[in-house]
Write a protein that binds this ligand. Structure first.
Ligand SMILES: NC(=O)c1ccc[n+]([C@@H]2O[C@H](COP(=O)([O-])OP(=O)(O)OC[C@H]3O[C@@H](n4cnc5c(N)ncnc54)[C@H](OP(=O)(O)O)[C@@H]3O)[C@@H](O)[C@H]2O)c1
Length: 219
């Protein structure tokens, strides 16, 4: 299985390092090919660099580690390449205003996941994952001892669930399904109760993560 990572910024770089360390082949793409090439060279033989088109075409799973507006732009031109592929979406409903300040770009009631999922072809296997904790925590939280930290994911698709569980484990975390696409907002920031910052900044182990999923329903 090959995983394309589109975007090699904070999230894409941390994820690429973890997946390669976990034995997963990755193909990296970014706006400028040199960023992807530099990281691929550093990561060694399991990593390659390609254009966005070629990275998607050659992959079984595609992680869009770019901002929501960029995902929307890329899907406008590349959605047809995603038939039968697992599409992994770490995006939050965030962007930047004219002063460079980060701002929410969707209404409170709308998740980034619902927007991205709606833009995919029917045969794509959508899952929200890998954006549920901050990039620093993602980079530093893998293979935690004595108990691994959980990464939540959300999907309605069993193919996507199987693939993301494999990738989350390879990356050094324990996977836990938070629900379907309708629940994606629970693992997005700002506002998600299962997102790292909705959990007071903590990374949970499996027992506490399972309890957190049901806590809201019980409240
Ligand atoms: N940072 C966090 O703590 C965090 C936490 C949770 C979720 N997220 C989500 O994760 C996503 C990525 O965040 P980030 O912090 O990793 O972003 P980032 O550091 O700004 O990196 C963005 C990457 O996107 C690439 N890119 C931009 N336009 C592109 C295009 N048209 N085609 C291909 N690649 C393009 C850039 O390429 P170049 O390198 O060539 O410029 C860069 O590698 C966002 O949706 C964010 O909401 C971030």
């Amino acid at each position: 299985m090959t995983t394309a990572i589109i975007g090699v910024g904070n999230i894409g770089t941390a994820l690429a390092r973890h997946l390669v360390r976990g034995g997963e082949p990755v193909v990296l793409a970014a706006r400028g090919k040199s960023h992807a090439e530099t990281l691929a060279q550093e990561l060694g033989p399991l990593a390659g660099a390609a254009s966005v088109d070629d990275a998607i075409a050659g992959a079984d799973a595609v992680v869009f580690a770019v901002w929501l507006e960029t995902i929307k732009g890329l899907l406008a031109t590349h959605a047809h390449l995603l038939e039968n592929k697992v599409v992994v979406d770490p995006s939050n409903p965030l962007g930047f205003d004219e002063n460079g300040q980060m701002m929410r770009t969707l209404p409170e009631s709308q998740s980034s996941g619902s927007v991205v999922a709606s833009l995919l072809p029917a045969g794509a296997h959508y899952v929200k994952a890998f954006g549920t904790i901050g990039a620093d925590a993602l980079a530093g939280g893998a293979n935690r001892q004595p108990r691994r930290a959980v990464l939540f994911y959300a999907t309605d698709d069993d193919v996507a669930a199987t693939t993301i569980e494999r990738l989350i484990r390879a990356a050094g975390f324990d996977p836990l399904r938070a629900g379907g696409v309708a629940d994606a907002g629970r693992i997005e920031a700002p506002g998600g109760d299962l997102q790292q910052f909705g959990l007071g900044g903590e990374l949970l182990d499996l027992d506490r993560a399972r309890a957190a999923i049901t806590a809201k329903a019980a409240a």
